[in-house]
Every structure is written in structure tokens, then in C-alpha cells.
Design a protein around this ligand. Structure first.
Ligand code: GPW
Length: 830
């Protein structure tokens, strides 16, 4: 490093240039070098997959160089850093995103074509990194891209699962889960940091010791597992900054079980050592159902403990006084999953750094911020006290101590209101005593964020009302956003080029508010023409994929109507399917001469059901059963097709979203905290058909209610409709389609019975009461689609109004209003 000569260091940084050159000859040489020496194939003979591997390694070299430069620069400047802790990151593919952010995609495409390969073809060779379930996990990935692009000194921390989210295979219309062993052919993007390892302790006992008159708690663990760091570079766009996503893997520790070796039980000792690796082996595939499993808790603590050790080591490299800790460190908790970090920071500061409780607590309260993604209290994590006490005995004590002091303070503030005290307590009494992780996170965090305006209000008035009344200043809102780099530039290159052409600049890729500039051309016939062409090209790509996956040929003239997201009752894929049955029924009962008035549709549904979620799995089967019937009915032909796209993931989304005309977001109002898929469709000029829920409410504010199709009960109408319950009559059309399902029109009548019962018995998700309004919105969409100019104008206005939903805006908000971190940009022009 540059020692203490600051001015010299600055000059050096300014002169630092990439060691590796990016002209097409240099790139070719690098690729061939990796073919020969990394992939170990002859440079005269290698296939597409091997070419992809070599290509990826040559990109990786450039990423490594930039992350070294970035880290050196951060170290020199020593800014406050933000650490983003998340148990899930849905990164998808890295190749295209990396070369685009590095600004060398065209150079690579040239280099490859001279070697006889096509960039797009090689990009298709890459598998997805699917270390997450759904919206929450993809949000983390989008936010990493924004943190890098906006030059924030940030780190992501998570777990390196060996098995990502299961692969969905459909057999006879039923979902089957297959393991996603994504590391099978190696992962060219990551770097194992063999020297960055930390011991993580579990089980054992805590004893109080008296050391020179001072009481100390000594935790003697029963098991120790080593955490090894794997670094994944995250390049910013239009900057040299490249930040790091550090994922931890479990490795056996030499201290793992010394006793067993000493007693001579060699074989069992080796076997149990091997078990250490299980901690990071598999991602839990249940979106938001909390189960209280020991392995899950182990995963949470494992990644939290390793991350905190890493953060404290980095702090100590240059600082000796923990008073400065809050000036240098912001810790962001992505939902409650990493909230054991609070107890862990307290343990380290009190037991290992001997700071004393009050000082440690003061520091902890200055560094943590917490974002909640849940809408209903039932979904919140509660850890059984017995489980926590056996796995992490010292942490349970610490949480009890935090709670004791909190409740004492609370009594002073609110008096002896025992109902309220017991609602707010971190410890929940009951038949099984549990720790409420959200309460712990709120008590310690300086800021609690919701993910959309309506969700943030809900937190204040319903979910955490008691806490809001106590600490109104803690509660903020950071409406979610998605990155336009991934969701336009990478996935929709034709639209990207068209936007840049009409705006006369590519600056919107970093400064997305510029998209509003498209508004003035929304009615321009030339732009509309080109806009329709782009959509057509993307529909063609999607149609080819559909045919390859499902064998169904679809017409490009039809409206491509898409609902892709995790399968959940509250997201109401069932409403969509019932609507499709209704449409089918109408076509069947129509005079033949009337059929030419029908707007043709290709209905596309995709998404995974949690393996244990029976109802969700039935919805997938119903979709296939209905598709089977409709797609093979000659009366219907191209007027209606239904296809289920299997194994929906990030790379499939990149294909589906640009090709959609209409996308559906049907959550029962009040149930979707935000929704982020809608934002991706919006950016791609796809019109939305949606309930007024989550971030849709803000989308309406940006583009106006005329430019999308809204329907259904509003958030504050839902409780009353539920109370009325079965008293309100099921609309006739809805009853009729349910009858068709019950009568076995689509087969499997017994199997679908419980689905129909749910709607007819108590209809918690209000399919019945929203049905008519849903059909009206669908009719409005048909009408608009029949007028291509009108539709295209709405489409342009959707993209033009999508700027607010960029994760760049979200991240800037977090940095300024929650984390207190500032950009720290490597001095070069990218
Ligand atoms: F349970 N979300 C998710 F609410 O993807 F925490 N997984 C989850 O476990 C939860 C939420 C949780 C989603 C929300 O459903 C979605 O509305 C939101 O846009 C997304 O998180 C990102 O905030």
C-alpha cells in the first residue's frame, strides 16, 4: 500500500489503469489462454460449454482486478461501510450482466466471433445461481447492483448453499422437485478465500466465572464449524467500483470434536466432522412459512457469526476504539432471518471485547437497521426457547437480558399495561415459549423500513402499532425497486437500443429518471412503430421458447398475458385460472360468427410451489388440466391458449418479461408487501392488470390509472368483505366455472375438490367477491389491445413512468436516510 503519503496515493489511484487490456485481440488471447490452462482443453478444439467457461474466466480476471482496486481504495479512504446481511440472493446468471457493467460486451462479442463463436449462444450455457426463493431474494440481488453502480462502500453477506432452490419438473401436470446442484461444473465467478475463515461455535454450556472480582460468562461450545469465505464480485455500471458478495460455506474444523479422536473412535470422528458441511448445503424452499427447524437456525447463526467476525476484523484493522464503530459500520438486516446478529454483536462486545453491557448496547443500537417484508403477523419468525437455548445458550441469555431491560424501560414509559407489555415482549409466553425475532430486531434497530408506502403504513397501524406508538421516529419507508441494468439492458437489448436512440443518450442506464423523456414521444407514430417491432421480436423469442418447452404453437398476434411469480393462495393464480375457464366457456358458447370479435390470448403462468404447500401444488395441476383441455379444443384454436412455463427462475424471467403484453398482479389487497415483478414488466412496456396493493398503488401515481387495468376490493374494504363471509353471494359466473371444475370437466375432480371448497366455503382470499370486477378489467384490456396505437402509447407511458421503481432510487434513499453512508468512487471514469 501507499503508506502515509496521501497525495501520492491519490495520484497513484488516478493513474491506475486496468492491467488487462480490453481490445478484441487481447480478449481473444485471454479466452484461448483459459481454454488451454484453466479449462484444460486444446485451444484448437473446444465446444460451446468450454468456450463459455474460458470466457467466464477471462471476465472474472477483470472483475478480480477491479475488486482489488476498489478494496484498496476503500481501505485508503476508510469510509463508513454498509453490510447487507441476507440469507437469500437470487443472482441468476452473471456473464452478460458483468460484461455490460464492465462496458466491454461489444469487444467480447467481436473477439468471440473471430474465434467462431457467438456471444449469445455462449451466454445460454450458464446456469442460474438460485440461492433464494422469490421477491425478497431477487431484491437483494438488484440492490447489490445498485450499491455497486452508485459507488457505495458496501458488502453483501450470505450463505453459499450447495443446493439452490429446487428445479421444478412437471410430470403429468404435477410439480416434482429436483435438487439444484448448481456447483457441479464449478463456479467460475467465485473465489475461495482459504485464508478468510472463522470458527463458529454451537451448543455447549455457559459458566459464570469470577475473574478478579468481575463476573464473566464463559461459553464452552460443544461443536465448532469453520466458515470459509467465497467472494463473488459485483461490478457497478459506468464505474470502476466492483464490490463483493461474500458467501460462507461450512468446513470441518480441527477443533470440531477433539474428544472423539482422543477416545480412539476414529471412524465416527471423521464422519461427524464431515457433517459440518451440511450447514450450508441446502436452501430452505418455503417462502415465508416458518418451521422452527434446528438446521435453519444453525444456518442463520453460522452466516451471522462469520459475517460479524469478518466485520469486526476489518474494523480493527485501523481502529482500536469501539466508540468509532458506529461511524464506520452500518448493518442492514434483510428481514428477521439475520437478526441473531444483534445478540452476536452483544456477545462479542460484552464477552470478548469486555466493553460492558451499557456501552455495547449503545453501540448495537446505532448500527442496526431492519427491513420487514412480511405483511401478516403469523408469518413472523419465532424461535422456540428450548431450541435456541440448546444451540446457542449464551445468545439466549443475552436475549433475555435485552428483553428484561427493554420491558423495564417500557414499564416506565407506558405503565403496567400487561396486555401491551406482553404483546411487545421479545419473549412470547405460551405452551411453547418463543423468541419473537421481529421484536428483537425492532428494539435494537435505529430504523425499521417497510417496502412500499402502503406496507409501511400497515406496519405502523397494524403489525407493529405498539412499537410505532413508542418510537414513531424509527419507522420509515423504502419502496422497493429493481435494476434497469438487468431488467432492460441485459434482458431486452432491442428496447434498450430504442430508448437510447429516442432519448439521444445512454445516460438513463445510470440515471433512470431520464426515462420520463419518452413521454413526449408517446404519441409519435414512428416511435410507436419501432416500439411495436421491438415487442414483436421479443414475443417471437418467447414463442419459440414456449414451443420448445410445451410443444404448444402460439400466435404472435395474440395478446401475451403473463402471470409469473411464486405460487401462493394470496397471489391468486387460481383467480387467473378461473378467469381463463370463464373465457373458454364464453368462446364455446358463442355463435361461430361472433368468434372473430374475440381478442386472441396466450395465457402464460409460471412459478414454483413450496414442496410442502399442497394447495399451491393443486393450483399448478389445475393449470395443466385446463391447458390440456383448451389447447386441444378445435373450436378454440388460436383464440385462447394456456401454457405453464416450468422452472421459472431469473433467466427464464429475462426471456418472459420482455415478451409480455399484459402482466397480472392479483394479490388480495393488503397481502403483497410490495411486489417487484410488476416493476420489471412495467419497465419493459408491459401493461399491468392489478389490484391496488403494495407498490401498485405507487405505480398508479406515476403512470396514471388510465394506463393500467385496476380491479378488485381495496385494502380497507377487505376486512368487511371477510366478515360478511359466505353471506355474500358467489357471482354466477364464478359459481359456474367452479361447477365445471367440480363436475370433472378437466378431470381429477376429487383432487380439485378442496380447491373449490376453499373458494366456496369461506373464500378468505375473496376470489368470489373480486370475480366480476376482475372480468371487467380483463374486458377493458381486450378492448385496449384491439387498438394497437392506443395500446402502444400506454406501453410507452409505462416504461416512461417506471423510473421511480429503480433500485437506484431505493438504495440512494437507504444510504442517505437509513445507513448514513456516502459514495466512495474509485478515481477513474469507469
Ligand atoms: F415472508 N417476500 C418474499 F414476508 O419474497 F418475509 N419472501 C418472504 O419470505 C417474504 C416476503 C416475507 C417478498 C414479498 O412477498 C413481496 O411483496 C416483496 O416485494 C418482496 O419480498 C421484496 O420486498
Amino acid at each position: 500500500t501507499f503508506g502515509s503519503d496521501g497525495a501520492k496515493a491519490e495520484r497513484m489511484f488516478a493513474l491506475m489503469d486496468g492491467f488487462l487490456k480490453n481490445d478484441s485481440i487481447s480478449l481473444q488471447k485471454d479466452i484461448l489462454h483459459h481454454v488451454e490452462y484453466t479449462v484444460a482443453r486444446s485451444r484448437f478444439s473446444f465446444d460451446d460449454f468450454e468456450a463459455y467457461q474460458a470466457l467466464a474466466h477471462s471476465v472474472r480476471d477483470r472483475l478480480i482486478e477491479r475488486s482489488h482496486d476498489t478494496q484498496l481504495y476503500f481501505k485508503r479512504k476508510d469510509p463508513k461501510r454498509v453490510y447487507f446481511l441476507s440469507l437469500e440472493f437470487l443472482m441468476g446468471r452473471s456473464l452478460s450482466n458483468s460484461v455490460i457493467n464492465l462496458g466491454i460486451r461489444d469487444q467480447y462479442a467481436d473477439a468471440l466471433s473471430q474465434l467462431g463463436f457467438e456471444f449469445e449462444v455462449l451466454a445460454e450455457q450458464e446456469g442460474d445461481a438460485a440461492l433464494g426463493n422469490g421477491g425478497l431474494a431477487r431484491l437483494s440481488a438488484c440492490q447489490m447492483d445498485s450499491m455497486a453502480t452508485l459507488d457505495y462502500p458496501a458488502w453483501g453477506y450470505g450463505l453459499r448453499y450447495e443446493y439452490g432452490l429446487f428445479r421444478q419438473v412437471i410430470l403429468d401436470g404435477f410439480q416434482h422437485e429436483q435438487p439444484d446442484f448448481w456447483l457441479n461444473f464449478g463456479n467460475p465467478w467465485e473465489t475461495e478465500r482459504v485464508h478468510v475463515t472463522y470458527p463458529v461455535k454451537f451448543y455447549g454450556v455457559v459458566e459464570e466465572e469470577n475473574l478478579n472480582g468481575e463476573k464473566r460468562n464463559i461459553w464452552t461450545p460443544g461443536e465448532v464449524v469453520e466458515a470459509v469465505a467465497y467472494d463473488n464480485p459485483i461490478p457497478g455500471y459506468g464505474t470502476r467500483n466492483t464490490i463483493t458478495l461474500r458467501l460462507w460455506a461450512g468446513k470441518p474444523s480441527d477443533q470440531h470434536d477433539m474428544e472423539a479422536y482422543n477416545t480412539g473412535d476414529y471412524i465416527n470422528a471423521v464422519v461427524s466432522r464431515q457433517k459440518a458441511e451440511n450447514i450450508s448445503s441446502v436452501l430452505y424452499p418455503d417462502d415465508r412459512s416458518f418451521q422452527g427447524k434446528e438446521l435453519r437456525l444453525k444456518q442463520q447463526y453460522f452466516f451471522v457469526s462469520a459475517s460479524i467476525q469478518d466485520i469486526i476484523r476489518r474494523f480493527k484493522d485501523g481502529h482500536t476504539n469501539f466508540d468509532e464503530f458506529p461511524e464506520k459500520v452500518a448493518l442492514q438486516l434483510n428481514d428477521t432471518h439475520p437478526s441473531l446478529a444483534i445478540a452476536e454483536v452483544m456477545r462479542v462486545l460484552v464477552d470478548e471485547e469486555n466493553l460492558g453491557w451499557n456501552k455495547a448496547w449503545d453501540i448495537a443500537c446505532k448500527i442496526f437497521s431492519f427491513t420487514i417484508h412480511a405483511v401478516i403477523a403469523e408469518g413472523l419468525e419465532k424461535i422456540p426457547v428450548d431450541l435456541l437455548g440448546s444451540l446457542l445458550p449464551r445468545h439466549l441469555q443475552i436475549i433475555y437480558d435485552i428483553n428484561f431491560k427493554f420491558v423495564e424501560e417500557l414499564k416506565k414509559r407506558i405503565g403496567l399495561d400487561y396486555n401491551r407489555l406482553s404483546r411487545m415482549s421479545i419473549v412470547e409466553e405460551g405452551s411453547t415459549k418463543t423468541i419473537r425475532m421481529a421484536n428483537l430486531a425492532i428494539v435494537c434497530s435505529h430504523t425499521v423500513n417497510g417496502v412500499s408506502n402502503v406496507h409501511s403504513e400497515l406496519l405502523k397501524t397494524k403489525l407493529f402499532k405498539d412499537f410505532y406508538e413508542l418510537w414513531p421516529e424509527k419507522f420509515q419507508c423504502k419502496t422497493n425497486g429493481v435494476t434497469q441494468r438487468r431488467w432492460i439492458v441485459v434482458s431486452n437489448p432491442s428496447l434498450c437500443a430504442l430508448i437510447s436512440k429516442w432519448l439521444g443518450t445512454e445516460a438513463w442506464i445510470r440515471d433512470v429518471d431520464l426515462l420520463t423523456g419518452l413521454r413526449e414521444y408517446a404519441a409519435d407514430a414512428d416511435l410507436q412503430q419501432e416500439w411495436m417491432m421491438v415487442k414483436k421480436v421479443n414475443k417471437m423469442r418467447l414463442a419459440e421458447y414456449i414451443e420448445a418447452m410445451s410443444g404448444v404453437k402460439v400466435s404472435l398476434d395474440a395478446m401475451f398475458d403473463v402471470q409469473t411469480k411464486r405460487i401462493h393462495e394470496y397471489k391468486r393464480q387460481l383467480l387467473n385460472i378461473l378467469g381463463i375457464i370463464h373465457r373458454y366457456d364464453c368462446i364455446k358458447n358463442m355463435e361461430k360468427s361472433q368468434r372473430n370479435k374475440v381478442v386472441p390470448r396466450v395465457c402464460i403462468i409460471g412459478g414454483k410451489a413450496a414442496p410442502g404447500y399442497e394447495i399451491a401444488k393443486k393450483i399448478i395441476k389445475l393449470c395443466h388440466a385446463v391447458a390440456e383441455k383448451i389447447n386441444n379444443d378445435d373450436d378454440v384454436g388460436d383464440l385462447l391458449k394456456l401454457v405453464f412455463i416450468p422452472d421459472y427462475n431469473v433467466s427464464v424471467a429475462e426471456l418472459v418479461i420482455p415478451g409480455a403484453d399484459l402482466s397480472q398482479h392479483l394479490s388480495t389487497a393488503g397481502h403483497e408487501a410490495s411486489g417487484t415483478g410488476s416493476m420489471k414488466f412495467l419497465m419493459n412496456g408491459c401493461l399491468l392488470l392489478a389490484t391496488e396493493d403494495g407498490s401498485t398503488v405507487e405505480i398508479v401515481e406515476e403512470i396514471g390509472a388510465d394506463n393500467l387495468f385496476l380491479f378488485g376490493a381495496k385494502i380497507d374494504e377487505v376486512p368487511k368483505l371477510r366478515e360478511e363471509g359466505s353471506a355474500h353471494k358467489m357471482p354466477l359466473q364464478c359459481a359456474r366455472v367452479l361447477r365445471m371444475v367440480r363436475d370433472g370437466h378437466f378431470g381429477f375432480k376429487d383432487y380439485f375438490e378442496s380447491l373449490c371448497d376453499k373458494v366456496e366455503d369461506n373464500d378468505f382470499y375473496l376470489l368470489g367477491s373480486d370475480f366480476e370486477s376482475y372480468l371487467e378489467a380483463q374486458a377493458a384490456a381486450d378492448k385496449a389491445f384491439a387498438d394497437p396505437q392506443k395500446w402502444t402509447q400506454m406501453s410507452i407511458l409505462s416504461t416512461a413512468g417506471s423510473g421511480r421503481f429503480s433500485s437506484d432510487r431505493t438504495i440512494r434513499d437507504y444510504a442517505e436516510k437509513t445507513w448514513g453512508v456516502e459514495p466512495c468512487r474509485f478515481p477513474s471514469d469507469g
